[in-house]
Every structure is written in C-alpha cells, then in structure tokens.
Design a protein around this ligand. Structure first.
Ligand SMILES: [Zn+2]
Length: 112
C-alpha cells in the first residue's frame, strides 16, 4: 500500500505554533513560582494571565521572535495602552532600543 504523502504545514500554522511557544517562553523566563511581572507598570500576576508584549510590533517578522524585543506585559499596558512603547524603551535602555530600531530599519531596507 502506498504511503500517504505528508502534507507540508501551512506557513500560517507554523507561525501560530511558534507564537504560542515563544509567548510561553517570554512569560516564564523570569517568573518565580509561576508569577511574572509586567515590565512597563510592575503588575504581578500568574504568567498565564499576562501577555508577551512586543517593543517593535509583531507585524515585523524580523523582530517578531527576537527575545530582546519581547517582554512580559499586562493586558492593560499591551492592549489598552498600545504597548506603552515609551516605558518599554526606558525598560530596555537606550542602547538596546536603538539597536532594535536600527536592525529593524536595516532589514526593512534589505526587503525593499
Ligand atoms: Zn502593565
């Protein structure tokens, strides 16, 4: 009997899986007893109730899974206050913020 050909997973499926795993990694990496802290307001909660917030929007694939670009945020900061980018950059520090922005621009120029 012929072997059923394995279907290549769709790009969208791979991205969704990677987002899920990466988000868990970010929310757990500095957690203590499963409690994590929002980097922009300091709110502490169970990691499952917090989000992985992107400094540079996740619509840019170049930095979507860059661990310097993504930190723990509460829903208030990440969604209702649009990521608190100013506070986020203060948390990251000038050097890292500039580096992420420069990398992003350089990669955009390569694509265009
Ligand atoms: Zn917050």
């Amino acid at each position: 009997m012929a072997k059923k050909p394995t279907r290549k997973p769709a790009r969208k499926t791979i991205i969704t899986k990677l987002d899920t795993i990466f988000s868990q990694f970010i929310r757990l990496r500095y957690s203590k007893n499963e409690i994590s802290e929002c980097v922009t307001c300091g709110k502490q909660d169970h990691w499952k109730k917090l989000q992985a917030g992107h400094f540079i929007s996740r619509k840019h694939y170049a930095t979507r899974w860059n661990e310097d670009n993504v930190e723990v945020q509460c829903v208030g900061c990440n969604v209702y206050r649009y990521g608190e980018q100013y506070l986020f950059s203060k948390y990251l520090g000038q050097e890292l913020s500039d580096e992420l922005m420069a990398n992003q621009e350089a990669l955009l120029n390569l694509v265009m």
